[in-house]
Design a protein around this ligand. Structure first.
Ligand code: NAP
Length: 257
């Protein structure tokens, strides 16, 4: 495998940080760089800003230098719902989004900017991390700040597929801050896990396992042109056998949204 230059956006996010750290553990295979908005946050999480580009995915000119010379792009940017005010007892919490930070702006237009700019930079593969639930307009996450976040994420996925570049679309279940490498991972499609969780298991997965799947997707040819939902069996599930063969995992996933 020749060394690939990889840009991770959303690299100060909770999963993005793990992806960049993991890629940097393979210096012979990857020249991994990050894209972030905040120098202070990068310093806090990575110690220094070496290997980082700064900008905003809504300002395409700031993406250009970050994408120059890359072969792969990993998109881990996402709008983040913000609590408007602490709820009074008995009240429902109300959420909104930061200015220019709505799901339409970040999860759709911002992702489109990245896809277009990566193609213009002659990248050959984009890994996009999204979320399960996008087939259901009434999913509670769509109600947060009336942002329709899952709908916009799914539109961006379709845009990526239609763009013609090789893609890997990972739609994660509920993200857990738990150790990775200790579970059996399951791939699915069209939110079938949400409708029918296998044996009623929680439809969740550690961020560390999602990050590992991103790294493997950059390594395994069977991950190209696949879009899939991703959950894990619980750690203590007696029927589970820890996933180690990622080529086989990707081979079970299919092309198209
Ligand atoms: P996260 O911590 O919320 O990180 C989001 C990242 O996007 C942050 O680094 C943020 O930058 C960056 N970002 C937002 N707007 C930006 C902009 N305009 N320009 C540049 N960067 C911008 O992400 P996560 O919780 O690890 O989630 C990863 C993915 O999985 C997301 O797509 C999420 O929706 C999805 N997912 C989440 C769950 C869950 O249970 N939470 C479940 C399934 C899937 P700053 O660091 O500067 O804020």
């Amino acid at each position: 495998m020749t060394k690939r230059r990889v840009l991770v956006t959303g690299a100060t996010g909770r999963t993005g940080t793990l992806v960049l750290q993991k890629l940097r553990q393979h210096p012979a295979q990857f020249d991994a760089v990050g894209f972030a908005r905040s120098e202070a946050k990068v310093k806090e999480q990575f110690g220094d800003v070496r290997g980082f580009f700064f900008g905003d995915i809504n300002h395409p000119f700031s993406l250009k230098p970050a994408l120059a010379g890359i072969q792969s792009l990993v998109i881990l940017t996402s709008a983040v719902p913000q609590l408007k005010a602490p709820p009074q007892p008995g009240e429902r919490p109300e959420f909104g989004f930061e200015p220019d930070g709505t799901p339409e702006e970040v999860d759709y237009i911002g992702q489109k900017h990245q896809i277009d700019a990566a193609i213009a930079a002659h990248a050959d593969h984009i890994v996009l991390v999204g979320s399960m639930g996008g087939t259901d307009e009434n999913h509670p996450l769509n109600q947060l700040g009336n942002g329709n976040i899952l709908i916009w994420k799914r539109k961006a996925e379709q845009y990526l597929i239609d763009s013609g570049i090789d893609y890997t679309i990972i739609r994660a279940g509920g993200l857990l801050d738990k150790p990775g490498g200790m579970r059996e991972l399951l791939v699915g499609k069209d939110d079938q896990f949400l409708a029918h969780p296998p044996n009623g298991i929680p439809t969740s997965i550690p961020r560390a396992d999602v990050a590992e799947v991103v790294v493997r997707a950059l390594q395994e040819p069977t991950a190209r042109n696949k879009a899939f939902d991703l959950i894990s069996k619980p750690e203590d599930d007696p029927s589970a056998s820890i996933t180690t063969d990622f080529a086989a995992l990707f081979a079970r996933a299919t092309a198209g949204l």
